[in-house]
Design a protein around this ligand. Structure first.
Ligand SMILES: [Mg+2]
Length: 190
């Protein structure tokens, strides 16, 4: 079997950053936003939340990395299964402030990875040299699929309006992602 290069996102795919972000946001701005109300990528624009505050809350969520929950149970074992298909890099777009905390969180969660690749907070990932991307950002998913690469959309309330196509498939968890990658490889071998 050919070895794949897999780009695995962290926020919204491994770490449930939005859950902590939401709690901080509700506390700070005296709001009652729920997870399911985050139904678009830039939902905060219509809620009167400033982009700088969005970023500051995000950094604060990572500052308290020890309490940041994983998206799924048995995350370490599920990522281990992805390694059976090839190289698994953690690929993340963020400012440099939170990188140490990200590394600490990954170590604490025992997430094996080949490399951690950091791009700028406003950059998308489609130009990077990977065969398969697992991501929750509509911006990334459309960029990746638009370049003919294989994008797996990690299901979240903020990406539900993304339509599936041949090389852009929705997955409900990392086990589902493994199943999709296995089918992809099988179809290529035929
Ligand atoms: Mg993400």
């Amino acid at each position: 079997m050919r070895s794949l290069r897999i780009a695995l996102d962290i926020d919204g795919v491994l770490a449930d950053t939005m859950r902590t972000w939401l709690k901080l946001c509700n506390d700070r701005f005296d709001m009652n936003l729920t997870y399911d109300q985050i139904d678009r990528w830039n939902f905060w624009r219509d809620r009167g939340i400033d982009e700088k505050d969005v970023e500051a809350l995000f950094d604060d969520a990572w500052e308290d990395w020890k309490t940041l929950p994983p998206t799924e149970n048995n995350l370490s074992r599920k990522v281990e299964l992805l390694h059976e298909f090839g190289n698994v890099d953690i690929v993340t777009a963020r400012n440099s402030m939170t990188i140490t905390n990200v590394t600490n969180w990954l170590d604490n969660q025992k997430i094996r990875r080949n490399r951690i690749v950091v791009i700028g907070p406003d950059q998308t990932k489609g130009h990077l040299d990977y065969d398969v991307f697992i991501d929750d950002s509509p911006l990334n998913l459309l960029d990746i699929a638009g370049r003919g690469k294989f994008a797996l959309c990690y299901d979240q309330p903020w990406n539900r309006d993304i339509s599936q196509r041949e090389n852009l498939l929705r997955v409900r968890g990392l086990s589902d992602a493994c199943a999709r990658i296995r089918s992809l490889l099988n179809s290529r071998d035929e």
